[in-house]
Write a protein that binds this ligand. Structure first.
Ligand code: ZN
Ligand code: ZN
Length: 331
């Protein structure tokens, strides 16, 4: 089955965290975290529609200025989601620049900013370039608990982990994938047309086999027949991103639930076991934790990142402990 997004870390594993999710279609991208964005071109940043920020320690938000500067020249809005207090922080950052050159003739770039707290989006505000980015409070969308974005093909889930402060972890979940077998449509005497999009949506939503699909020219076909003969249906892609989380049972439970069966998990591995006291004090995961969590979540692939610079002289020590954690028999 083909992929919906191609995810890649923005920086090397010893540098700022950040994951760029490049969509296969639609010239679009999503970012998880907003640290140093130097490796991304302006063209890549122009494609970013949404940014989900774990927390606002500087290594996770320092790329905001560059992204804003690039996006000022576009008409599509940019949506930012972060933890409690995020809207005030974005507003303060915006207010730290001078905007006297913006007026009603400027490009109408808009920032939508929302806060996720206690499993929901609870606050929203907009900032429009044409009013020199004056804050306008709004109402966030009413999604199911644990959800920060819902679109036709996918949704993004969030969970607040304990990092001394809330640190949000995210997972992109593609809905069921429905591929159409053209030969089978021909055999059934069906021509492709706008009806096909509706039929695929019905299959993705899991509608019953006896629902009738209008295929044009006053004909209907039961959805079940399309499912059996003309559709190949498989699970969608799952990409999970976990960073800056204390190593304790409650966080572990939340991480495993979020990342369960992910195709790709990106997970922090800040410290080695010999520095576990430091990991506990600064509320970070160790390399061993990362391996054990990837195993417990039954992920297909995982990548570790956000390593302490103290291990730069011997980076292979991190890989060894990740493998130890992955191979240990779960308790
Ligand atoms: Zn942090
Ligand atoms: Zn960090």
């Amino acid at each position: 089955m083909s992929w919906l997004v191609r995810p890649r870390l923005v920086n090397g594993p010893f540098d700022d965290p950040g994951l760029y999710l490049d969509f296969r279609f639609g010239r679009r991208a999503i970012l998880f975290d907003l640290g140093d964005l130097t490796p991304l071109s302006s063209r890549e940043l122009m494609r970013v529609s949404h940014v989900f920020v774990s927390h606002t320690h500087m290594d996770h938000i320092a790329g905001f200025d560059r992204l804003l500067r690039v996006c000022l020249h576009r008409t599509e809005p940019l949506t930012l989601v972060g933890p409690s207090g995020f809207i005030d922080q974005v507003e303060h950052r915006i207010r730290s620049f001078t905007w006297n050159l913006l007026d009603e003739h400027s490009i109408d770039f808009r920032l939508h900013v929302m806060e996720f707290e206690s499993e929901r989006l609870v606050r929203a505000a907009e900032f429009h370039a044409r009013d020199a980015f004056v804050r306008r409070n709004g109402v966030p969308p009413d999604y199911l608990p644990g959800t920060v974005l819902v679109e036709e093909n996918m949704r993004i889930e969030a969970v607040a982990l304990d990092h001394g402060i809330p640190s949000l972890a995210f997972a992109l979940r593609e809905e069921l994938k429905v591929n159409v077998l053209r030969g089978a449509l021909d055999e059934m005497g069906l021509a492709t047309g706008p009806w096909l999009g509706g039929a695929k949506r019905a299959a993705r939503r899991g509608e019953p086999d006896d629902s009738l699909i209008d295929v044009g020219r006053d004909h209907t076909v039961p959805l079940g027949e399309l499912r059996r003969r003309a559709f190949r249906i498989g699970p969608g892609q799952i990409v999970a991103y976990v960073t800056d989380a204390a190593s304790h049972a409650e966080n572990h439970r939340k991480i495993v639930r979020l990342a369960e069966k992910a195709d790709q998990l990106f997970i922090e591995a800040m410290f080695l076991e010999k520095d576990r006291a430091l990991a506990t004090a600064t509320r970070h995961l160790t390399a061993r934790d990362a391996g054990a969590l990837a195993r417990a979540a039954h992920v297909k692939h995982f990548t570790v990142f956000h390593h302490s610079a103290r291990y730069l002289p011997d980076p292979s020590s991190i890989g060894r402990e990740v493998r130890d954690g992955f191979e240990a028999i779960p308790a």
